[in-house]
Design a protein around this ligand. Sequence first.
Ligand code: BV8
Ligand code: ZN
Length: 264
Amino acid sequence: MYVIVTLSKLPQMSKVLREVTDELRRMFDSARSIVVLTGAGVSAESGVPTFRGGGGSEMWSWRGRPITELSSAELLATDPALVWEWFDYRRGLLKELTPNPGHFALAEWERRFESFALVTQNIDDLHRVAGSMNLFELHGNIWRARCLRCASTFEARETPLESAPACFVCGGASRPDVVLFGEMLPEGVFERAEEAASRADIFFVIGTSAVVYPAASLPILAKQTGAKIIEVNPEQTDISFLADVTVLGLAGEILPQFISGRAH
Ligand code: BV8
Ligand code: ZN
């Protein structure tokens, strides 16, 4: 039995760089529409722990339980107080942390392109603090709560929490306004992110192991609709085979290199 593999079916060999070359900067400068997907890696230099180490192994565990159990719809159904404790523990880690040069570079990119969208899997709010405006939070935001009775969402920044924040509208019990494993993404956010990805000239994949779906399907869609895929990560990931260019490095060091005094 012969397997016929036509050249076009072979994954395009991605160019692996260690810094932003003039050629790559020219590609960046000539783009009209840029979409960026970020993951936990873009916040690593701010001190936010990532979820998975090399090869996707689970890094996070708390009280001996893995994140996929702690951040799950099942645990919310059986022990909502523990889910709040788990998220409030992370809020405690996050509250002093600030954006790093990678976050600020992305906010600057947005100011320089006629069409720019930042799609993040992160719930740490650091992109917004750094000034990013056209931001799609696929997995919610750790500083927001959502009422279990009337579904109102509201800011809840106090940490440590004595108890779950009460809804400011109806006084009902609340949950973190975060997408847990096994839950649908917020209505419309993913569809708008897909729409932006399908129009991108360049789709950046920055600081994500690309193992969580449906977020990880966005670069695949972007590639299918003609975007150049540029990955920025200190290591190869599940999506590297798709990348036209992989820049092996830290977001805080690589992203500022793209800005070369490009006219506003
Ligand atoms: C859904 C909020 C539909 C909570 C998160 C089996 C196969 C495939 C899929 C599934 C499956 N079983 C279940 C699923 C679906 C599941 C999923 O994808 N699971 C994975 C684990 C296999 N997805 C879902 O459940 C989603 N919903 O599918 O709904 C549905 C629903 C109901 C019924 C039918 C269908 C919901 C997913 C959202 C879950 N919530 N976060 C919380 O934070 O606790 S996901 C969580 O993982 C975070 O948001 C995180 O962002 C995300 C992805 O991780 P990464 O961001 O990539 O982080 P990671 O640590 O993995 O990687 C960091 C990378 O950075 C590394 O590559 C590292 O090298 C790099 N790095 C490190 N330092 C730097 C750096 N890069 C640059 N610079 C640096 N300095
Ligand atoms: Zn309410």
